[in-house]
Ligand binder design. Structure first.
Ligand code: AP5
Length: 211
């Protein structure tokens, strides 16, 4: 199974990606996570992408495609993969297609702006294991501490209000055209992203006709 998770910031791509990865036994490839790790480790890639991410802008297409290309040729991707947050522009989608990248379904998770803004303002991430919580919807047992590994929970740098607003604008301008792009290819599945995490996961499985 080769899937794309498409949707605005905070729509739940990462959350559903974790569940789908466990369900199908295939890796979740989040370009955002790859870049955040590179920034945290201050690698040459991290130095290149930091300023784009801090402003809520997209990283240049060529750079992103190169990384995805390298990642999907790894052994663990031989039975499929879940692309979480890639492609983000029509150009990325075309480049992916031109290099022979195959996709079975694109899960477009939609949710209104007020919902995603609230979710993003409540998001906390474990700096040690990357687990994601939400102070409103899915709080940890002990405030500020990861249930799974005891790591410290922090807010993402790009989750500040003014950056979030720009990420939403960038999404509308550069990423939304992908909805039409994949509709034309008959692989777009539209998923209502409002509801509990479990409800949305069920909707996805039904849509993929595996439940
Ligand atoms: P990226 O990390 O991909 O961020 P994003 O697309 O903005 O998505 P988010 O991670 O904010 O949200 P999500 O949809 O995964 O939601 P989540 O499940 O966490 O990208 C970051 C940056 O990297 C970009 O701005 C760009 O600079 C760069 N980048 C990455 N990919 C790129 C590319 N292809 N091209 C160019 N640049 C790229 O959920 C959000 C919160 O809500 C969590 O707290 C969660 O617990 C909670 N939640 C989830 N589901 C529910 C629910 N059903 N009900 C209530 N709460 C919920």
């Amino acid at each position: 199974m080769r899937l794309i998770l498409l949707g605005p910031p905070g729509s739940g791509k990462g959350t559903q990606g974790v569940l789908l990865s466990q369900y199908f036994g295939i890796p979740q490839i989040s370009t955002g996570d790859i870049f955040r790790k590179a920034v945290a480790e201050n690698t040459p890639l991290g130095k290149k992408v930091k300023e784009y991410m801090d402003r809520g802008e997209l990283v240049p297409d060529e750079l992103v495609v190169e990384i995805v290309k390298e990642r999907i040729t790894q052994e663990d991707c031989k039975n499929g993969y879940i692309l979480d947050g890639f492609p983000r522009t029509v150009k990325q989608a075309e480049m992916f297609e031109n290099m022979g990248g195959k996709i079975d379904a694109v899960l477009y998770i939609y949710a209104p702006d007020e919902e995603v803004i609230k979710r993003i303002s409540g998001r906390r991430t474990c700096e040690k294991c990357g687990a994601v919580y939400n102070v409103y919807f899915n709080p940890p047992k002990i405030e500020g501490i990861c249930d799974k590994c005891g790591g410290k929970l922090v807010q993402r740098d790009d989750d500040k209000e003014e950056v979030v607003r720009n990420r939403l604008e960038v999404y509308k301008e550069k990423t939304k055209p992908l909805i039409e792009y994949y509709k034309k290819r008959n692989i777009l599945k539209e998923i209502d992203g409002v509801g509990s995490v479990e409800e949305i996961f069920e909707r996805i499985l039904k849509n993929l006709k595996v439940s």
